[in-house]
Design a protein around this ligand. Structure first.
Ligand SMILES: *Cc1c(COP(=O)(O)O)cnc(C)c1O
Length: 231
């Protein structure tokens, strides 16, 4: 299958899932996840209408940035504080903020570049030990900390659900995220606006959308299997 065919299928499924949950295709942002894939493949997707791309490693953003056509970059993977400086002037949204220390470093780098950086707070909703992200109980602490910053805006929440062959198994986690998202939307916090709920990947994005996601991060369903030996 070509990228064009895959993208067409994914688009259809996103639209159907959006409709099922009372929304439209335009209400959902597709972040096409291009990790391990070369700039040429990314440009092909951009030519086909992809507006947002996601990378999980700062190094890959750095290496590919100048070869990729204008597009919104999302940093979706774990971010170490000492790597923030490499991506601060390149990405539109950082999905993976999971500590006050990281938030403070983003603030520092954003200030240096005279920009305001949009971020999502990554929540480990399933409690799996291997997953990064804060515990739901820690969310308010991070949100009130954001209120003290001038160059960081929290735009929503992100989670990585457990890997499963049966997307229905993640409904519980997606529902819990949606609840957290709705609950925190009610609190008024400086520098916080709950706009994006980033959840759902190739194996479970339709379920995630039906549970309320409005941003999905899709890699293999668009670009095929990844070959990690090439990078
Ligand atoms: C790789 C990755 C994805 C996309 O995974 P697929 O299963 O290929 O769709 C989504 N989110 C994050 C954080 C990732 O690292």
């Amino acid at each position: 299958m070509s990228i064009a065919e895959n993208l067409c299928e994914v688009e259809k499924r996103i639209a159907a899932a959006a409709k099922k949950s009372g929304r439209k295709r335009e209400d959902i942002t597709l972040v096409a996840v291009t990790k391990t894939h070369p700039a040429e493949m990314m440009n092909e997707a951009i030519d086909l209408g992809v507006t947002d791309i996601g990378e999980n490693k700062p190094q890959e953003v750095r290496d590919k940035y100048e070869f990729v056509k204008p597009v919104k970059w999302h940093l979706i993977g774990h971010l170490q504080t000492n790597k923030v400086k490499y991506i601060i002037d390149k990405v539109s949204l950082i999905h993976s903020v999971d500590s006050i220390k990281l938030m403070d470093e983003i603030e520092r780098q954003a200030q240096k570049h005279h920009i305001i950086m949009d971020i999502l707070i990554q929540v480990n909703i399933s409690g799996e030990e291997s997953k990064s992200g804060i515990r739901p109980e820690e969310l308010n602490l991070l949100l009130s900390h954001a209120g003290k910053l001038n160059h960081v805006k929290v735009k929503g929440l992100m989670t990585i659900a457990p890997k499963t062959d049966n997307p229905e198994e993640n409904i519980l986690h997606f529902d819990n995220m949606r609840q957290l998202f709705v609950d925190t939307s009610k609190n008024i916090c400086d520098n916080v606006s709950m706009q994006y709920l980033s959840m759902g990947m190739s194996g479970d994005y339709e379920t995630a959308i039906e549970c309320g996601a409005n941003m999905v991060r899709i890699g293999s369903a668009v670009f095929g299997a990844r070959d990690y030996s090439k990078i």
